[in-house]
Design a protein around this ligand. Sequence first.
Ligand code: SF4
Length: 376
Amino acid sequence: MELQAVAKPGFTSLSPDRETVASFDREGRLYAYFKGGVTYRRSLASTVHVRWRDGSGARQRGRLSRDEAARVLAEAYAMAADCLPHASGPVRQRLEREILRWTPESLLAEADRFAQVYKPISILPPDQYLSIVLQATEGCTWNRCTFCSFYQDRPFRAKSHAEFAGHVAAVREFLGRGVLMRKGIFLADGNALALSQARLEPIFAAARAAFPGQPIYSFVDLYTGERRPVADWKRLVEHGLHRVYIGMETGLDELLRFLNKPGSQEELIAFVADLKQAGAAVGLIVMVGVGGAEYREAHGAATVAALAAMPLGPGDLVYLSPFIEHPGSVYSARRAQAALTPMDDAAVEAELQRLAGQVRRLGVRAARYDIREFIY
Ligand code: SF4
């Protein structure tokens, strides 16, 4: 075996051959496993997600059953055990002390520990999959957008300060030294920044006391965010707020109303200007394909026009997210009623590329955001 191995401060990586790479957090828990063109990722709840490209080069993805996950975990740890005789120095130490103390069963049992610490994490922006999620609130204050099912399993609820402090301590304990591979704090759920300034500042302080120096990120919605004065946003930036992610969805007011999402293009432009003035970066999420073929052109044009009117810079991001229509959703029923034609995958992809080009010509970073690939 020609073992290629690295012992970084945040993770350990083992590659016994060109076809195989596994990486582990500093507790020794599998993080990712790549074998023969297939990538497996283990979530903190020990679900295993798989990604590969099919014969035509299209991205495929799925989630393994518990039995399949156990088999992949067993394979990755058997590979790690085979590496032991070939390892030396810190890699050998980590294999002995961190990695090989796990079994597929003990790793799968992490699901129970996760459930004691977290309510299900419904979604994160793609650059936040490796953050430390802290649930200051549960659910979404609005919860009535016709297309969204992220928080329908729970009413909005803010944790008391004591409850939040207990949650932060539990997250710290659960992550252990796994925290060394994580960057930033993500304040969840859907709308943690809806809390009053008086409640938020101590939350920020508690989060940063537990994870010093980590920048803070969160979702915010226009209808709650725009009520906070610039001076208060500035205070949150001083307390560590780095970037906020806004579900813009579209710059077209008519389509926003169709989606039952509050706000308008004009209000969003003003809100982003406030955030930028306060020193926060923004991540704007746009749904590509929402409203179907009939809205494609107007949705794209109004969205790019809105983005062009915002003072966006190098730290800001525009996420273009292929729209996923959930069967049985209110959106689905209204779309059928309005006789709107859903766009197929190829049409959505072409539109995504077209919009990405237009956003980049504005000098703003644009990236794809596939909610089906979310993992925490
Ligand atoms: S505001 Fe955001 S999280 Fe809440 S229902 Fe709408 S899309 Fe979903």
